[in-house]
Design a protein around this ligand. Structure first.
Ligand SMILES: *Cc1c(COP(=O)(O)O)cnc(C)c1O
Length: 491
């Protein structure tokens, strides 16, 4: 056992210290704390040196995988590299020290960031206004659907209780609709992986509040019929909601507003390069077309005639408040820095490179992995398992799960697997625009090595990963009953 496999409590030695405070010059000082608030005994903390603490946390951090440690081709997640300058800006003391209850005259710079970010996102997407208050993509979806509901309610149109969601949608779409009290109607994909317009037509009627779409959809395919779909949905009185969580491929190329969408969200923590994962702080701004702007949540930032910025708390038709104060300011700052850094010209490069990288991997690997829909993809695409899974050897064939586990041995994060549900062995790859050709080539080589191993001896894959801190936990129990602290039983 390596010494750092020990718990920090096991390293503890009585009296060992990382830091010692000088003896108090005034021993009576503690008397100012009411005795009822004082501890009876010392807390049960490990007693270790500074280097023990540093190694403890550094080793823990290396047991996980992050985009700062390696290539992370997780589809429908946009795990791109986040430039460190964004961190530096978000960590500037002038921003870090702000309190949300400060008088607005003292936070003009921060309010200007909100105002300018609304303008920038509106220009990028073709929307009229954005609220930056929602704290995640799913939170943005819920907020956008609340706007949709408020709009119909303001017209007395209360029969619209259903939302159409494609079968390829991200799982949060139907979940958000359900949380918003709407019922879900599924529209099927056609053989090309696009929304089937003929299947959509009979679903449209006076009970439809709107449709939620992702474009490019979750298969990475551009919904070519979007103009016709927009006309059909608008003609029945519904609205179009755009899930822009992964908008990379469209940046600077096409705008959802121009495609006919009325409401949308963006994930700043995907498309606009701020860190995400593990449920950390996110930001899911919601943008709307002009006629829906009055339904956006409050508070919002407006610019006065004299150029000063103000927080507006009430708006009579607003869908209401969706977060404490105004969302995750640190995430908004990082994304704002990223947008300014790239500027108008280079944002368009981001979209094109994301698309180029995905197509390059797809074309390079389709000799070894089944490609169910061979068309040009956008930022991501889906394979349906191995072409030769090795079952001809007489051993059980290697599955998508086995390929994903084996990739960990080579130092790559696995792609998204078994999603979307349209294919049995789905393996969904999104390289993002921040990876070089050399990184993509190295990944392609490893995917070929794994395919060869599978064909020759699938057992190599069945036992993988062979050198990760944990090999194959019970996936269901790991999700339902995670063992999060020492002493919890693995049952
Ligand atoms: C990630 C994602 C979401 C949800 O975003 P969260 O911030 O995780 O809530 C919604 N839709 C799509 C297409 C996504 O990729």
């Amino acid at each position: 056992m390596k010494y750092y496999d020990k718990l920090i409590f096991e390293l503890s030695k009585p009296g060992r210290r990382a830091y010692t405070l000088p003896a108090s010059a005034d021993p009576s000082a503690s008397f100012s704390i009411p005795s009822g608030l004082l501890r009876a005994g010392a807390p049960a903390l490990p007693e270790v040196s500074e280097v023990d603490v540093v190694r403890h946390y550094t080793n823990l951090s290396q047991m996980n995988f992050g985009v700062d440690t390696g290539f992370y081709p997780l589809g429908s997640c946009t795990m791109k590299y986040n430039p460190k300058i964004n961190e530096e800006i978000a960590n500037m003391p002038a921003f870090q020290g702000l309190h949300p209850l400060q008088d607005e005259s003292t936070v003009q710079g921060a309010l200007e960031v909100y105002y300018e970010m609304d303008r920038a996102l509106s220009a990028i997407t073709g929307m009229k206004h954005f609220t930056l208050n929602p704290c995640a993509g799913a939170h943005g979806e819920l907020t956008g659907l609340m706007v949709m509901r408020s709009y119909h309610a303001s017209r007395g149109d209360t029969a619209r209780t259903k939302v159409i969601v494609p079968d390829s949608a991200h799982g949060t779409n139907p979940a958000s609709a359900a949380v918003c009290g709407l019922s879900i109607v599924e529209v099927k994909s056609n053989a090309n992986g696009l929304v089937d317009v003929e299947d959509l037509k009979p679903l449209l009627g006076p009970d439809i509040a709107g449709i939620m779409m992702t474009n490019p959809n979750t298969l990475g395919l551009f919904e070519k019929d979007i103009k016709e779909i927009a006309e059909l949905v608008h003609a029945c009185g519904g609205l179009l909601y755009y899930d822009g969580a992964n908008m990379n491929p469209l940046l600077g190329v096409v705008r959802p507003g121009d495609m006919g969408f009325d409401i949308m969200h963006l994930n700043l923590h995907k498309t606009f390069s701020t860190p995400h994962g593990g449920g950390g702080p996110g930001s899911g701004p919601v943008g709307v077309a002009e006629r829906l702007a009055e339904f956006l949540p409050t508070p919002k930032v407006v610019k006065g005639e004299d150029g000063s910025f103000h927080i507006v708390g009430d708006a009579p038709l607003s869908a209401g408040r969706v977060s404490a104060f105004m969302g995750n300011f640190g995430v908004i700052l990082r994304a704002y820095a990223y947008i300014l850094m790239l500027g108008k010209q280079n944002l368009a490069m981001a979209g094109k490179l994301a698309t180029l990288g995905a197509n390059y991997i797809k074309e390079s690997l389709k000799d070894a992995y089944k490609l169910p829909i061979p068309s040009v993809c956008k930022h991501e695409f889906v394979f349906d398992g191995l072409i030769d899974d090795g079952s001809a050897t007489g051993k059980p064939g290697a599955t998508t799960l086995d390929v994903a586990k084996r990739l960990l041995d080579f130092g790559y994060h696995a792609p998204t697997i078994y999603f979307p549900l349209l294919f049995h062995q789905a393996l969904m790859i999104e390289p993002t625009e921040t990876e070089s050709k050399e990184t993509l080539d190295a990944f392609i080589d490893v995917m070929h090595v794994i395919a060869k191993e599978a064909a020759e001896d699938p057992d190599i894959l069945h036992g993988a990963p062979h050198n990760a801190p944990i090999s194959r936990p019970d996936e269901t129990m790991a999700a339902r009953k995670p063992v999060l602290k020492f002493g919890d039983e693995v049952s």
